[in-house]
Design a protein around this ligand. Structure first.
Ligand code: PLP
Length: 455
């Protein structure tokens, strides 16, 4: 399934024109970097592609490799590049701040941090007004879980199977996918049944799945819990939107048990879902703590936790700090991202373009048996591949094959899901209808190239 594209076998689809040619690249080439990576870098890196890519430049929804070849980026650095690669306003903000002050500490006042915290708080519902800055989604979730435990005095946390929340102690425990769990101390964490609308036992009946959380509280805890953490749409887990009615029912049970409700918006926040700024808003709930990262900084290492003044008080008399959290360079980047999302109406764009993308993908599903499910919201879209629609047998090898093929043709996407058979389509939010058209032609063309193998 890694047969290279034969140009004369099937006409290569065209990319929309783009008025930019990168300057010649003179740095080290892919082979050299690969050799160094094998020798000097952490071995636990993903090897998604047979021929790894050396990407040296990015412009909005496009990336360029060492040879100046252009790629349509439908992955957005794992749903991170919200405004577009090297968006000029984000770059200007970073460059200007870098020239004036790169770092201060929480000992001193800093205008960028205060302004950004205020802007972020203005995007939140209810009493969610106090912001803590971190460097990543993992750190944000670690802090949120610690706050919930301190605030409630309970240790028991409930998360959902197939969810991903990070790679440190508490977050790795809350994560419920075997491939991301290593030598983890699992005490105090309970994984509830996944309200998975494609593979779950109860289809789209959210309140039925919520009963499992009630049972965990009843049978697995003292009856009191620290909290519940969930993504509104599981990203790493394969773009799975929680069944409707699930979150309101669970939030109610958790609150009755004295716990806090944590929304992990690391992937689903910052307008990505189109219909709302935050993923949880589609479920009509207001969390007690919201965590975020990825889209917040357009690729700059930045995360945040937003909570109520009352919950934030648990850290008021403690020596809690984070050396780089809220670094001024990151803060101005975050502020610029918020402004760009507003100015360029990126939420509306994610809604419109995402709708069209799902339409096109659904039409492909009508044509190709291998597509078992098309799902997601806005520009957080998943396509699940199966070799048998009835049995839902995961088509893992084919997923990798089509992904490699699309890369060869110039389109980048991600892969995920516990079974490794889901395309994750999470482009920068500036993606256009034309890009969707191009994406559609590339994915169809990749299918044709492999048609003899599995259609
Ligand atoms: N939470 C979610 C929903 C994520 O998707 C991720 C990363 O993919 C994290 C948390 C962890 O974020 P980070 O990789 O920035 O630590």
């Amino acid at each position: 399934l890694t047969k290279p594209v034969q140009q004369n076998e099937h006409p290569l689809p065209k990319m929309p024109p783009f008025d930019y040619t990168p300057p010649p690249y003179t740095g080290p080439l892919a082979d050299d970097i690969l050799r160094k990576r094998q020798q000097f870098l952490n071995p636990a890196v993903f090897h998604f592609f047979k021929n790894p890519l050396n990407l040296v430049e990015g412009k909005m929804q496009y990336l360029f490799d060492e040879k100046g070849r252009r790629y349509l980026d439908a992955y957005g650095g794992i749903a991170t590049v919200s405004c577009g690669h090297c968006h000029p306003e984000v770059v200007d903000a970073i460059v200007n701040q870098t020239k004036r002050l790169q770092h201060s500490t929480i000992l001193y006042l800093n205008p960028a941090i205060a302004e950004f915290a205020e802007a972020l708080a203005s995007k939140m519902p209810g009493d969610l007004k106090v912001v803590f800055f971190t460097n990543s989604g993992t750190e944000a979730n670690e802090l949120a879980l610690m706050m919930a435990r301190l605030y409630t005095g309970s240790h028991d946390v409930i998360s959902i199977r197939n969810g991903y929340h990070g790679n440190a102690g508490a977050t790795m425990a809350a994560t419920a996918q075997s491939s991301y769990k290593f030598n983890v101390i699992q005490t105090g964490v309970h994984h509830a049944q996944n309200p998975d609308q494609y593979r779950g036992l109860f289809g789209s009946d959210g309140p039925m799945y919520a009963r499992d959380v009630d049972e965990i509280i009843t049978y697995g805890t003292s009856g009191r819990v620290a909290g519940f953490i969930a993504e509104a749409i599981q990203g790493v887990g394969g773009i799975m939107e929680l069944a409707p009615g699930y979150l309101p029912a669970v939030y109610s049970s958790i609150r009755k048990a004295g716990g806090l409700c944590i929304a992990d918006e690391v992937q689903s926040g910052f307008a990505r879902t189109g219909s709302h700024f935050w993923g949880f808003e589609a479920h009509d709930v207001v969390p007690d703590i919201v965590t975020m990262a990825k889209g917040i900084g357009n690729g700059i290492p930045l995360g945040a936790v937003v909570t109520t003044p009352e919950i934030a008080e648990v850290l008021a008399c403690r020596n809690y700090y984070n050396t780089y959290g809220g670094n001024p360079v990151c803060a101005v980047a975050g502020l610029a991202v918020l402004k760009v999302i507003e100015k360029e109406k990126l939420q509306q764009n994610a809604f419109n373009v995402g709708f069209y993308l799902k339409q096109r993908l659904s039409s492909l599903k009508d044509k190709y048996e291998i597509i078992g499910d098309v799902r997601g919201r806005g520009l957080l879209v998943g396509v699940e591949f199966v070799t048998d629609r009835h049995l839902k047998t995961p088509a893992k090898i084919e997923t990798l094959g089509v992904m490699e093929q699309m890369k060869e043709m110039g389109v980048l996407i991600g892969k995920g899901g516990l079974l490794g058979n889901v395309f994750r389509i999470t482009p920068p939010l500036c993606f256009t209808r034309e890009d969707v058209g191009s994406f559609y032609h590339h994915i169809s063309s990749s299918f044709h190239t492999y048609s003899s193998c599995f259609f």
